[in-house]
Design a binder for this molecule. Sequence first.
Ligand code: ADP
Ligand code: F6P
Length: 355
Amino acid sequence: MTTFRKIGVLTSGGDAPGMNSAIRAITRSALARGVEVVGIYKGYTGLISGELRDLTAAEVEHIGSTGGTMLYSDRCPEFKTEEGMAKAIETCKKNHIDGIVAIGGDGTFRGATDLSIRGIPTIGLTGTIDNDISSSDYTLGFDTAMNTVLAAADRLRDTCESHARCEVIEVMGRDAGYIALQTGLAVGASAIFVKECPLEVETCLERLKALRAKGQRSFIVIVSESMGPDFGEALVSRIQNEAGIDSRFIRLAHMVRGGVPTLRDRLFAARTGDFAVDLILKGESNLVVVEQDGALKTVEIKYALMLDRMYKGKLKDGDLDSFTPAQVEEMKAFCARKHAEFNDMMDVANTLAKA
Ligand code: ADP
Ligand code: F6P
């Protein structure tokens, strides 16, 4: 069994508030156990090019309260090639990196699996504002992102109320409507558009007209990015022209990815960061740390990726062949529960919006 002397940490894919808190936790947890930590800059790009620097307890001490990632992030197509992978392995060997904690989303986990099967023990930590790692009830950055949407929506509500307007707010979520759903419910949106649970535009228009007829001055409508690039602006025109309500559109976009991480994200980062170090020092690999029913658990990355595909209805022929029938049943039940939770929350949002 490997005697771990040095582990690496990297952040990859879209950044998320709380990544710095996770870097702090991983660094200090490892140092406390006598293991050195090397920061790998710019995700897999830095692993290929050897952009590394040892991290000290002191330099990570105060980073937990900052957004972004001090290790920077990148998207690295070269890492998906055999040549890129060979260079990354070489960097690990040359710099005596005995294991890696990779913080990111599903793309990052695919890379982590590739490293694991080539002999570099790697553990994945979720770091994505979209909350779209299906095997985890929560992903790092989600809470901060939602609080940013909340603050923006509250301000927009003020001016909408003054001017008797509707604000259509588009929020991030390339493939997932979690941010839209939960912020929509929290801000009292009159309608929420997400891919997972379609709402007819006509239904929204009728609802807005009915609410206006009852005297409601201002309206917030939340649209997930996953509805497509032109959906929000087209919706504004229809609200304006067909419901007769003065409307504006705003795309919050990357604004929602920055900012000071909330308590929820800092706690999640501290707990998962320490857990990841524990796992790696126990010789575990090819796992992602997830939260289920409030407890931290691990699932194999392969399992997490397939569960994700199942949840999103994107399974291809043969995808489930390497899983046991019991695992497949477990995955199906898990997805059914998650879909039901999503739909229940949308039902509440619709009920509250219609009154
Ligand atoms: P996220 O991790 O947020 O989903 P990306 O999908 O952009 O973000 O993935 C981050 C990085 O992970 C990619 O730039 C690439 O270096 C690596 N990666 C993504 N997919 C794969 C893959 N199939 N095999 C190996 N590495 C991958
Ligand atoms: O991190 C995920 C995400 O925030 C998606 O919701 C969004 O589509 C994407 O990142 C945009 O990332 P970028 O502009 O950095 O490529």
